[in-house]
Design a protein around this ligand. Structure first.
Ligand SMILES: [Zn+2]
Length: 301
């Protein structure tokens, strides 16, 4: 599981793989393993005999660098991958909310003594300076945890409230933006890349009522299919999170496969709607192959 192929300065979750590492990883993976397309994985699961020591590559969220930095490498090495796209973010001027939160906390020039945030009537405060202060990184994870279960509108409101405490927002680098619709069409035109759905607004699905979950899941499929003119039959759960009814809803909406972010191997007779994935680390190809050998031998990260 990849997210970004980029040299990002701010990467609290460790989801960026540097472009030179990604190219080296793909070169090594192609030599050492059978890299399956999503269709080959689906057929392997259907037959109950997924090939041994085979891997499938996925890229979550829909960052612009999937087109600019990942796709050329995948094409050059003729390696298939699936890009899971958050539909409502396409063409958005604003960053994904977790990147915007990082920008506000880590790149605003003025130092605040304290930060406060009111969510659904409850006010939270963080001491940013002096004895007992929370570090920026601790505050980032605190606020990330609070924003994750909210709706997209509530998250944007919270980010605005945070940003306004720092005064004038600083314009950050835009290389962490999502794809535009035109870029996604170009990406989907690649013979190596299939597009999958990653919801409309990247919510924590388990925190949403069933009708919202169904809308997030179905609408992302319908809108992607209308935009691309091809079927979209795989789904990746945002944040790897699913509630009791989420997998059933994904199946009812017509998807064939769905991926979590739980580390693990896809075994024979695996549940096609709870497929595990390992997060690709930012390392060179030889180091990644060593990790894969360990994972195939049963180790966990
Ligand atoms: Zn995601």
């Amino acid at each position: 599981m990849y997210h970004r192929v980029s040299t990002a300065r701010l990467d609290p979750f460790g989801i960026c793989v540097k472009p030179e590492h990604f190219a080296d990883q793909v070169a090594h993976l192609r030599k050492r393993f059978a890299v399956l397309s999503i269709d080959e994985l689906a057929s392997g699961l259907k037959s109950g005999r997924p090939p041994k020591r085979a891997i499938a590559l996925t890229l979550d969220d829909g960052y612009a660098d999937v087109l600019s930095h990942a796709a050329p490498v995948l094409e050059a090495y003729e390696v298939p991958a699936t890009a899971f796209v958050t539909f409502a973010s396409l063409g958005s001027e604003s960053r994904f909310w977790w990147d915007e939160l990082a920008r506000v906390l880590f790149t605003e020039s003025c130092q605040l003594d304290s930060l406060r945030l009111t969510i659904r009537g409850a006010t939270f405060r963080w001491q940013m300076q002096g004895p007992g202060a929370r570090s920026e990184m601790e505050t980032y994870f605190d606020i990330h945890g609070l924003l994750r279960p909210l709706t997209e509108a509530e998250r944007r409101e919270a980010l605005f409230a945070l940003s306004s405490q720092y005064g004038t927002p600083v314009s950050g680098s835009t290389n962490d933006r999502p794809l535009t619709e035109a870029e996604l069409r170009t990406l989907a035109g690649s013979s190596r890349i299939r597009v999958g759905a990653h919801s409309m607004t990247h919510p924590m699905l388990s925190a949403q009522p069933e009708e919202i979950q169904r809308w997030e899941i179905r609408e992302s499929k319908v809108r992607l299919e209308a935009l691309l003119g091809e079927s979209v039959d795989s789904f990746a759960y945002p944040h790897g999170d699913l509630g009791a009814s989420t997998a059933r809803l994904v199946q009812e909406c017509g998807f064939r496969l769905a991926f979590t972010a739980t580390p693990g191997l896809v075994r024979r007779h695996a549940d096609s709607y709870r497929l595990p994935r390992f997060l690709a680390p930012d390392c060179d190809g030889a180091a990644l192959c060593e990790r894969l050998d360990a994972w195939f031998a049963g180790a966990l990260p």
